[in-house]
Ligand binder design. Structure first.
Ligand code: COI
Length: 358
């Protein structure tokens, strides 16, 4: 999992001056998935009728919040993640930003918050990227990760939605998610702790879905695994998700992924991979996947905005390790090349998935 940057780095970055140069003075060759504060963030607040006032850009930094805020006390919060890519010609583009806007709306309904309209969301993202454009890495070096948040920022004491919500966007240049880069991942199937329960919030991008995985992920990492694959909380028989991403298995010409049934996040990379796989002529199944099918698979890979399409070399379950095909001739590699090609602009986008920020 990506690690947060130290607070001393924050202070240094808060003080730096914002020049007019095309790129920030930064070591673009060593980007990982960690926080590098950029110049501006975007903030917009809802009034008591649930409408948002006009948002604005403000220098990146800390902001005030009521100690009784619903997000702090009751976890009334959502986040999104998307990326801005530098094309070879230097222009900047976003990938499927309306999908993030729609997913935030869906989550906001579940957590009883007003949400920005798709238009407000997309405009806010574009403004934030433009304000931080010197932080969009040069072509091929990484991307600008964009983190929209929606939170119950008004104070409440009893259980109930906040009287005021804040929509905020910050950004950070990033490279790869997993520390070992393109090296295939080794996953541990966790059969004790769960990520999401039926009727819960696993199907929306609630902030409350993430801290509960820390313990299992830390323990797995201490044992030398890259990450954890969680099973369904109801029966413990079917695979669900990895800590921060969706999962796919490949057997022959069939690519399968757990169906969206409330406990699985409707990933935007997941959705894109399904479409690309169908275009390539694979049969795609969204279904309940028992652990046995995973053990028998030819290939396993993970998908997410942060991880991209990430091949899995082995999965360990009850002390037994199953190994999978990875590398040049794998299905995941083919899908990954196509997806990243579209995202970075070196493959023509015939699907209307990308939009320029100018
Ligand atoms: C993303 O892939 O953008 C996510 O939201 C996962 C997050 C835990 C970094």
């Amino acid at each position: 999992m990506g690690s947060a940057q130290s607070s001393s780095t924050h202070k240094v970055n808060e003080k730096r001056s914002i020049g007019k140069e095309k790129y920030a003075n930064f070591d673009w060759d060593n980007l990982g998935f960690s926080l590098t504060p950029t110049d501006y963030m975007y903030i917009m607040k809802s009034n008591k009728d649930g409408n948002f006032s006009k948002g604005s850009l403000t220098p990146y930094g800390t902001f005030e919040i009521s100690p009784a805020a619903a997000v702090l006390n009751y976890g009334q919060g959502l986040f999104e993640g998307l990326k801005a890519y530098r094309k070879e010609d230097g222009r900047i583009q976003l990938f499927r930003v309306e999908e993030n806007a729609n997913r935030m709306k869906m989550g906001a309904e579940r957590l009883l918050m007003p949400s920005p309209s798709v238009e407000e969301f997309v405009n806010a993202v574009k403004q934030t990227v433009l304000a931080n454009k010197r932080w969009v890495p040069p072509y091929g070096k990484g991307s600008l990760y964009i983190r929209p948040l929606l939170m119950g920022s008004g104070g409440v004491l009893g259980i109930g939605p906040a009287p005021e919500c804040t929509f905020l966007i910050f950004t950070s240049p990033i490279g790869i998610w997993y520390k070992d880069g393109s090296k295939p991942k080794s996953l541990l199937i966790e059969d004790g702790l769960s990520r999401a329960a039926p009727g819960g919030t696993g199907g929306v991008k609630s902030i409350t879905n993430y801290a509960p995985v820390f313990e299992a992920v830390n323990e797995a990492k201490a044992k030398g695994f890259t990450d954890v694959l969680f099973l369904d909380a109801a029966t413990g028989k079917y695979i669900e998700e990895v800590s921060s991403c969706n999962v796919f298995i490949v057997k022959g010409n069939i690519i399968s992924t757990p169906g969206i049934q409330g406990t699985i996040l409707p990933g935007i990379t997941r959705k894109s991979v399904i479409e690309l796989a169908l275009d390539f002529g694979y049969q795609v199944e969204e279904r309940s996947i028992p652990v046995e099918d995973v053990i028998e698979a030819d290939e396993v890979f993970c998908t997410g905005t942060a991880v991209g399409i990430s091949p899995v070399s082995s999965i360990t379950y009850k002390n037994k390790r199953a190994k999978y095909k990875t590398g040049a001739k794998s299905v995941s590699q083919k899908l990954c090349e196509t997806l990243t090609g579209i995202q970075s602009g070196c493959i023509k986008d015939t699907k209307g998935w990308t939009v320029l920020v100018e």
